[in-house]
Design a protein. Structure first.
Length: 207
């Protein structure tokens, strides 16, 4: 930065460095300053959205992502992952606050593929994370039939994709446990453990 503070790439690299060091506050501080200097740069806006998410300021991140125009060649899959994470976090925040209808709205939004983010919808997207949290919300609202229907679909998908890996498989394991397949479910959860901060959030909120 001392050598060349006059290009957006230098700022982008510094923000990424702070993020890699798990210094979320410094990443956000730097991203805010970078966006003040280069307000039209999409990459720096993505960095700012990521930094907001890292500091639990998900609503502000959602506002940025809403206004982006990303081409498929500009890392759209990564941006869509941010979009999913942002709205899943907002869903969890609202579950914790008891606002289950609003939680479902955010979780349903996390299942979409907005055109402005440049990532097309796959033929068979794996959305068990969002669906499990939606089912949980319906259960808390007293709509147990709807919750059971969604969890059954998660269970069926999981049994058909037992070799899959990732966060969605963890929630498939949770569904297996809910349907009495405790050993198999816990094994899937062990093999596909969520990132520690997200895991603690899920365990605290989804009981």
């Amino acid at each position: 930065m001392k050598i060349d503070p006059s290009t957006w790439k230098t700022w982008h690299t510094l923000i990424d460095f702070y993020s890699q060091q798990a210094n979320s506050e410094k990443a956000l501080e730097t991203a805010l300053e970078a966006n003040r200097l280069y307000p039209q740069d999409d990459y720096l806006q993505i960095d700012l959205a990521r930094a907001f998410i890292g500091n639990e300021r998900n609503a502000e991140a959602a506002d940025i992502l809403e206004g982006l125009q990303v081409l498929p060649s500009e890392g759209a899959s990564d941006v869509h992952s941010l979009f999913v994470r942002c709205h899943v976090n907002l869903g969890l925040e609202n579950i914790q606050a008891g606002n289950f209808e609003l939680a479902i709205q955010h979780l349903e939004k996390a299942k979409t593929y907005p055109e402005n983010l440049g990532s097309g919808r796959p033929y068979e997207p794996d959305q068990r994370m969002q669906d499990y949290l939606i089912a949980y919300s319906y259960g808390k609202m007293g709509n147990r039939d709807k919750a059971e229907e969604i969890k059954k679909a998660i269970l069926d998908y999981t049994l058909e994709h037992l070799s899959a890996q990732g966060d969605n498989q963890y929630f498939g394991g949770m569904a297996l446990v809910d349907f009495g397949e405790r050993n198999q479910g816990r094994e899937l959860m062990r093999k596909n453990r969520l990132a520690e901060d997200f895991l603690q959030k899920v365990r605290t909120i989804v009981r």
